[in-house]
Design a protein around this ligand. Sequence first.
Ligand SMILES: [Zn+2]
Length: 413
Amino acid sequence: MKDKYYFQCINCGTEYNASEVTYLCPDCETKNKSDQPPVGILKTLYNYEKIRTRYKRNKLFDKLKEKEYCDLLPLRSERSLSWLKVGKTPLYWRNSSDFEILKKNHFSILLKDDSQNPTFSLKDRASDLVSAYGRENGLNTIVTASTGNAGSSLAGLCAAQKQQAIIFVPQAAPKAKLTQICMYGARIIPVDRNYDDAFELSIAATKRFGWYNRNTAYNPFTIEGKKIVAFEIFQQMKQKIPDRIFVPVGDGCIISGIYKGFEDLLKLNLIDQIPNIVAVQSEKSDNLVRNLTQTAFVSKPCSTVADSISVDVPRNYWMTRNYLEKYQGESITVSDKEILAASRELSNNTGIFTEPASAASFAGLLKYAEQNRIAENSLNVVLLTGSGLKDLNSVQNIIKIPGPIKNLDQLEL
Ligand SMILES: [Zn+2]
């Protein structure tokens, strides 16, 4: 393989040169059925040996510290990435005793706050890389199917890069998210019926009009963009890995991105082992973790308060399952009630307001603590993936906004 990177199909293992394929493994793609997670998703691999010998351990770490990840990205130059500040989000180091509910515990909680991205979600990491790749290769019309966050993310990054974003949305997509997409100047194409129909039409449009497609678990570079969050955690912990990372899971793209980031570091001998990663799903949308112990995948219709991780057929199921099995990852489900309580606990005790899908990871940590599964003095990262302002409706039932007063005598103290 003479290119900087190449692809490997996660199902059949076939390797492809970078110029041979763009999206799925051509052999596996034909086997896909709509009620099953897709096969043929590609993993992007690099010449790790060459990178290792080119940089000694410290020099490579310095390079990572400078946020110059270009050796581990499918780009010619990091200057192709957006001028907006994507990633480089804070990792807040807190103690369990900072939280009312965890007062009796003694461990560290490291909050990786990815709501601090330009369009307020971790998805900007994927959009940034796809948009930069498009820029380097003259692909300036980029299309995606989205229920909201990925669409607004691509729209925002394309606005910054002066590219045209086209977003296929299910007809019931929430107005707040559509408004954000429109404000960035992207073209919205509502689709009769649901996300799966929007997904299929976006792929048909790619084939017919030649638009570049950003769909997650279709374009392999979305994983490459999301993996950078693992590099940042590694840097921010001063070349250490945490004991556990709690990750909210819907279709499995973010958790696979984190695994891929740590796997790259492992291949470069920068770490000795992959941290213990916990996949957290909502009880009412558990199609990924429920199927982990089964041979045949069976989807159950879902409806959870955490709409960003509400997924009937997780599109990155196979990659996530492979990673969890290979590195002995863990999984847990949390109820909607636990998600909303965790969201409030987090906001009340930290000033960080995340959307329910994002609070699911903190709910997972709380449940682990309740079950005495977190060791004393351990380091536990909680990945917060999106801002609470994106989904105000879900938390409105757990708060009470008081009525107006006319004078201070009416004020109850
Ligand atoms: Zn294949």
